[in-house]
Design a protein around this ligand. Structure first.
Ligand SMILES: [Zn+2]
Length: 446
């Protein structure tokens, strides 16, 4: 029921402005990746000095930062060799010029943008986007370009608007498609005057400043954001600890206000808790079972400046680690010549819940050694008690068992119980070091 009301509110508040489109498939920047850094090729298009080129790009980013509610920010990282550039840079945001570059625009477009993304998904206002990693923008160097004063001048001489076109291309890089495309009927002047309109003539500065439709598009992708804080409770100030682990979540004042109406917490362990905006107090929650937990907050509200109804969310992935006490156990195998391979069969539980293993022989804890799975060497057959201690945020526990050392190797391999470990993965170097240490101690005892 809430869902359908929300959709009604969205449509009612934006009757004519929904002209903007997303690029296909939808891609958006994650707020953790902002401000983005951008590089510029060390060549200049005709009509522009180096400082015009750089100032124009900076102003174009600023145009999108100035959109109400926009979280978008960008910083100039430096110049880069124009010849090694192109559209194939998923790793950096890059502006280059097609003369000499590998992606020649020919006589077609003024400029073009490729937006790279990872397979991560960002959600906003109920829409899923692939997480953008970079935008690569290439300009047609066969054209003549101008700064705003050139474009507005009677002596414009068929120059194209450097800032208008750059703002348009950055709009693609931020995830916007065209307000109207080539061949599409476009009766609404709001859409024709949009920065994201599909074409612009020379000596035309109509794309310089994003308009209403561009604002609506940016707010649909980035709009109102939300964030929250997580703290440990009482003497357990950490978010890592033994069960039961109690934490407290709260919403900073920046993300409270009249425009927010409903908050919904998801603690990642199946617990969901709703809060009305007018009763927004910190919420405590206890984790009873071992696990690594992601906490997320969904917020709904209404903000006319930011495009009407909004739904924003924020996730803190794996922010809480609650651990039970470790349960160490092991088996062993005689390798022959009084050498024993210990086999660590302790359940490892949630990642991070065991931070260390220590082994010692015959109660000699002072010479305990850290290793995942050591080999012991003795001088003669006999029975020894071996202790394994496992430690972690949930505490530490010990397990002691008798190990019968023989001169001959066990037949048919290990008679120990084996459980969930990937062979050969942990700590091969430490195991080798421990082998030396144990050997030396055994010799001293003889
Ligand atoms: Zn375009």
């Amino acid at each position: 029921m809430k869902q359908s009301l929300a959709c009604f509110a969205l449509l009612a508040s934006l009757p004519l402005l929904v002209g903007f489109k997303f690029i296909d498939p939808p891609r958006a920047w994650h707020q953790n990746d902002l401000p983005l850094e951008y590089w510029v090729g060390d060549a200049q298009p005709a009509g522009l000095s180096q400082s015009d080129t750089l100032e124009g790009i900076e102003q174009s980013f600023q145009n999108w930062s100035d959109v109400p509610c926009s979280p978008l920010e960008a910083n100039f990282a430096g110049e880069i060799d124009n010849d090694t550039s192109g559209f194939g840079r998923p790793d950096i945001t890059l502006f280059t010029f097609d003369g000499g570059a590998k992606d020649d625009l020919g006589s077609g477009p003024l400029a073009a943008t490729v937006t790279h993304s990872s397979n991560d998904v960002v959600t906003h206002n109920g829409q899923s986007f692939f997480r953008t990693t970079s935008m690569n923008i290439i300009y047609n160097e066969g054209l003549s370009w101008g700064m705003p004063e050139d474009i507005a001048s009677p002596n414009c001489h068929n120059r194209y608007d450097w800032i208008g076109v750059t703002t348009h291309e950055i709009g693609h890089g931020y995830g916007l498609g065209h307000s109207c495309d080539d061949g599409e009927p476009c009766p609404d002047p709001i859409l024709r005057w949009a920065t994201m309109y599909w074409s612009v003539s020379s000596c035309n500065d109509s794309q310089q400043i994003p308009g209403e439709d561009d604002h609506a598009g940016i707010n649909a992708i980035y709009g109102v954001s939300v964030d929250f804080e997580v703290e440990g409770d009482g003497d357990q100030a950490s978010l890592v600890g033994g069960v039961p682990l109690t934490i407290t979540v709260s919403v900073p004042e920046d993300f409270q206000g009249d425009q927010y109406s409903r908050y919904e917490w998801n603690f990642g362990d199946g617990t969901i808790q709703e809060q009305d905006a007018d009763e927004l107090t910190p919420v405590s929650h206890s984790y009873e079972e071992e696990g690594q937990y992601t906490i997320s907050l969904l917020v709904e509200g209404q903000d006319e400046e930011c495009g009407g109804f909004f739904e924003a969310d924020q996730r803190k992935v794996g922010v809480v680690l609650a651990c039970e006490e470790p349960q160490p156990e092991f088996g062993y195998q005689n390798l022959g010549e009084h050498r024993v391979q210990l086999e660590n069969t302790s359940p490892l539980g949630a990642f991070g819940c065991i931070t260390g293993f220590e082994w010692w022989v015959d109660g000699n804890e002072d010479s305990a050694q850290s290793s995942y799975e050591p080999t012991l060497s003795f001088d003669e057959p006999g029975t020894h008690s071996v202790t394994l201690r496992a430690s972690g945020p949930g505490g530490s526990a010990e397990y002691t068992a008798e190990v019968i050392v023989t001169a001959d190797a066990d037949e048919g391999g290990c008679d120990c119980s084996s459980s969930g470990r990937v062979k050969g993965e942990p700590l091969p170097l430490l195991a080798a070091l421990l082998l030396l240490a144990v050997r030396r101690r055994a010799l001293r005892r003889s």
